[in-house]
Design a binder for this molecule. Structure first.
Ligand code: BGC
Length: 914
């Protein structure tokens, strides 16, 4: 005991000596503008965030000191020549607005922070940096180059062009300090310097409507250059620029032929700079080995046409053409803040089956998106054809009907001789199986590997429970969500669609946010949606509007507001609300004025409860599932909810005068809704589960009818559905939370753990390794039957994290955490974690007959309201001690069957006698 006191004394002394009262409090992770990779920011006032870690409990930031310097040397000397915030009293540790000197194009900024807290002052954090992009149109010195017409090598009918290759040599006359490339390579580019690929991004840049905005990438070339001669090479693929289908120009937007604008800024050690840029001194060809490419149909590569050294100095490009000056795409140039795609994981095959001579089927054991890399050795001119599919037919062949007319076929033609290794660049497939046809020799598992490609994004959530099926669904969801991140959230990665459908994401994006650090991607998508808005206010069902679907409904375009709300809730991003408020307001008005009927009902819906399950698996057999059942109940209920959302947004964005208007409209709509849709028998609309859930979840039901409605909902689930759901894309978004809020988490748990039709478990029971588009995906008509859609996740993942684990924000992006898990009989253990912007939150509970053990972790500068299932505080201990004098823990009150504690940051271990 004595020893302990002594040791503590020494630590304290040292701490005082070094100027830190509690050296354990430190600033961990710095983020700039909520960024993953802050190279090239074009936001004039970036926002800075930091995470604080501490061995202490109940740490609260009381102030910060930010230094931003133009050089790392200045920063190391504590000179904030760009911004020195001084000691600023504030508890804010996320999204602190940079308030220093104006930052010009290309400026580099190095920064660090120290914080002051109730437990003392931290040391300076490790430094981080960001750089500014090209802020002005005129900063782009080069011209757009390309070939603005079909070339001899192009197949005009297939939707697959041959890749465009461009090259240029340049000399650096002095020793180099820094070199940065700014590139807009459309649709997709690969950049080479002296024969080496620059960066590990693939399928870059992220797709946009190029007539509205174009994303440029900023790449650091410094480690790759020195004084002397250099060669740049760029390959351009179609991407979304040259549309994959050209036949329906009225529906599918095409932007023209691939094109490039780039520049390299070189700073020499003597401080002078030089700019190299695209112009017609560049040479280009379409005679390279990539003879055809697009996203749906695949890539063809003729290795005999390789041009060794084409991107190195001294290559003979006499036969190449002079690059043409081409029309500029029209959109504004914007730094790409969201991460590019990358090969995120290699997936080895689980089996290779020989089907015939030179023909194999490879099974990767998992549905995912990307491509394969293959090793092969054989005679020149040998053709190896790779075809992709999500599943097999009964006789073991590829099942490709659900791809519709996407060919999903790669072709490799051998150059012959040595072993060759190949993977495509400008396509991706959604698949678990690949058929390899024409392979010379014996294909071994080691010769082929799956390449899982999606937006580079951190995993930020973990979930594990005592129920194996819940865990398996979480895993399937993870694979499905990742597969569909393609610089935009797409509906599916396999068939001839892959579109950013709004209606698939309103709530599933929220669930996804617990698993992936997807805030920047979704912020980008909100921009895509805003830019797709028509002058009169209309928002499409697909944005960017690569497909022209301005069908005017509430539930698909309404996703615009749902996503903004999700970003605000989870990350406190107020700027997102400020930016989008005017466009959201315009759309709300547009819809109200056009589609309110004489009784005040918002009538316009397009899809109804899309893809709800047929009453039985047999009833849905062979049937096409894309029949639309528009429902004015759905559009009105959603609109009501969105009015409330706007009401909140208006207050948050200093548009408080609007809030009264939205509140009034909501009140009126609530009345009209009940007049039209409430049935005195105690249900809504057609008495479907979805109709009733919407009225309950959106609080449309009058107080005196609530009990009866709750009873109806329970009845439908328990009696009519025998514990199953009967909801499509609309109802499934609210089912788990509604039941839980009604006090029937047990029913929600029953739904989540079913393995009979219709359920997530049923999909898994029938071989799904992701999530299907349809509840009856195994029997429905194959035409519309993706095996990798995320929309049916509804609010399931939200429920996992918020309601099973108790990781839910209560105020200001997890500054106060609401920890109130549902403890459900049959579920004995849940263990989850989530990396919030403030740091890691975790919750792990185990329940048995005698006691419950609950470990939680609250990040510094946050606190939690913890609802402990106990009848009195005396039943609870923390770290072995009775409640009372425990640091960080404050008893608030005893409720019906829970004790509410307020808990500061730190780790806690509660034991509860039962
Ligand atoms: C897409 C869906 C989308 C729907 C709307 C489907 O083909 O795959 O995810 O929301 O169309 O019509």
């Amino acid at each position: 005991m004595k020893m302990n006191v002594l040791t503590y004394g020494i630590i304290l002394l040292l701490a005082i000596f070094s100027g830190n009262l509690h050296a354990a409090t430190q600033v961990d992770e710095l983020r700039c503008e909520l960024l993953v990779n802050p190279q090239g920011i074009d936001v004039q006032q970036p926002r800075l965030s930091w995470k604080i870690t501490s061995g202490e409990r109940a740490v609260v930031q009381t102030g910060y000191h930010v230094l931003v310097a133009s050089t790392i040397e200045n920063l190391n000397n504590n000179i904030g020549d760009l911004w020195d915030s001084g000691h600023t009293a504030s508890s804010n540790s996320i999204s602190v607005y940079y308030a220093g000197k104006g930052l010009g194009s290309g400026t580099e900024a190095y920064w660090k922070v120290k914080i002051y807290s109730n437990k003392g002052e931290s040391a300076w954090s490790a430094p981080a940096s960001w750089s500014m992009g090209l802020l002005h149109y005129k900063d782009w010195a080069g011209r757009w180059i390309g070939f603005d017409d079909y070339q001899q090598t192009d197949d005009k009918t297939s939707g697959q062009l041959s890749a465009r290759y461009f090259r240029k040599e340049f000399a650096l006359r002095k020793p180099v300090k820094k070199a940065t490339a700014y590139i807009m390579g459309l649709g997709l580019y690969e950049l080479y310097l002296n024969g080496r690929k620059v960066g590990d991004q693939v399928l870059a840049p992220s797709p946009t409507d190029y007539t509205k905005n174009i994303k440029y990438n900023v790449l650091d070339l410094t480690p790759l250059v020195k004084e002397g001669a250099h060669a740049i090479g760029v390959i351009l693929g179609n991407g979304r620029f040259y549309a994959m289908r050209q036949a329906k120009p009225y529906k599918v937007k095409s932007f023209g032929f691939p094109k490039l604008q780039m520049q390299v800024k070189v700073t020499y050690t003597d401080g002078t700079t030089e700019l190299f840029k695209t112009d017609d001194s560049w040479k280009g060809t379409t005679e390279g080995p990539i003879t055809a490419n697009n996203e749906y149909d695949g890539e063809s590569y003729d290795a005999r046409k390789e041009m060794p050294g084409w991107a190195t100095v001294g290559f003979d490009d006499k036969a190449w053409l002079k690059a043409e000056y081409v029309q500029e795409p029209g959109g504004n140039y914007e730094a790409q803040l969201n991460a590019n795609m990358k090969v995120m994981q290699d997936i080895p095959p689980v089996s290779v089956t020989k089907k015939a001579a030179n023909k194999y089927i490879v099974d990767f054991g998992q549905n995912f998106s990307g491509w394969v890399k293959m090793r092969v050795r054989g005679k020149q001119g040998t053709e190896v054809k790779l075809r992709f599919a999500e599943s097999l037919t009964a006789d073991g062949e590829l099942f490709t009907t659900n791809l519709r007319d996407a060919k999903a076929t790669d072709l490799y033609i051998l150059k012959g001789g040595e072993q060759e290794e190949w993977e495509p660049r400008f396509t991706y497939h959604g698949f678990r199986y690949v058929e390899v046809d024409g392979y010379p020799g014996n294909l071994q598992a080691a010769d082929i590997v799956g390449r899982f490609v999606y937006d580079e994004m951190a995993n930020i959530g973990t979930f594990h429970s005592s129920n194996a099926l819940l865990n398996q669904i979480h895993q399937n969801a993870w694979w499905g969500i990742a597969s569909n991140y393609k610089g935009i959230p797409v509906d599916c990665p396999q068939r001839n669609e892959r579109q950013p459908w709004l209606g698939d994401r309103p709530t599933s994006a929220y669930g996804e946010s617990f698993l992936f650090d997807n805030t920047v991607l979704y912020s980008k998508w909100l921009e895509d949606i805003r830019l797709s808005q028509k002058e009169d206010g209309a928002i499409p069902d697909v944005a960017p509007a690569f497909w022209r679907y301005y069908s005017d409904n509430i539930s698909w375009p309404g996703t615009y507001l749902f996503i903004a709300d999700m970003l605000y809730q989870q990350t406190g991003d107020i700027r997102v609300l400020e930016t989008h408020y005017p466009a959201m307001k315009k759309w709300m008005e547009y819809m109200r004025l056009r589609y309110t009927d004489k009784d005040g009902i918002i009538t316009k819906d397009s899809y109804g409860d899309w893809c709800f399950p047929p009453a039985s698996i047999e009833e849905g057999r062979g049937k096409i599932a894309d029949k639309k059942y528009p429902s004015a109940l759905i559009s009105s209920a959603f609109y009501y909810h969105l009015l409330h959302t706007m009401q909140r947004f208006s207050v948050l964005t200093d548009n408080a005068k609007d809030s009264v208007i939205y509140a009034d409209q909501a009140l009126q709509l609530r009345k009209d809704f009940n007049t039209r849709f409430y049935n005195a028998q105690g249900y809504y609309g057609a008495n479907t589960l979805t109709d009733n859930l919407l009225a309950m979840y959106f609080n449309l039901v009058d107080d005196e009818n609530r009990q009866q409605l709750a009873a109806r909902i329970v009845d439908i689930v328990e009696k009519e559905n025998k514990g199953h759901l009967s909801t499509g894309v609309i109802g499934t978004q609210f089912i788990m939370r509604t039941l839980t809020e009604m006090g029937r988490a047990d029913l929600a748990y029953g739904i989540a753990t079913k393995n009979t039709y219709p359920s997530w478990g049923y999909m898994i029971e029938n071989g799904a390794t992701t999530i299907w588009e349809l509840w009856n995906g195994n029997t429905a008509h194959p035409k519309m039957n993706s095996q990798n859609h995320v929309m049916m996740l509804g609010d399931l993942l939200v429920w996992y994290y918020e309601n099973l684990a108790g990781i839910k924000t209560e105020t200001n992006a997890f500054e106060t955490i609401h920890m109130n898990p549902s403890f459900i009989s049959g579920l004995t253990h849940v263990d989850a974690s989530y990396q919030s912007l403030r740091g890691e939150i975790s919750s792990s509970w185990t329940m048995d007959k005698r006691q419950m053990l609950w470990k939680i972790r609250i990040p510094a500068n946050s606190k939690a309201r913890v609802f402990i299932p106990a009848s009195a505080p005396t039943a609870i201990t923390e770290g072995g001690k009775k409640l009372g004098q425990i640091e960080g823990v404050r008893y608030v009150e005893t409720q019906k069957d829970k004790v509410l504690l307020e808990v500061g940051s730190g780790e806690y271990e509660f034991k509860i006698k039962r």
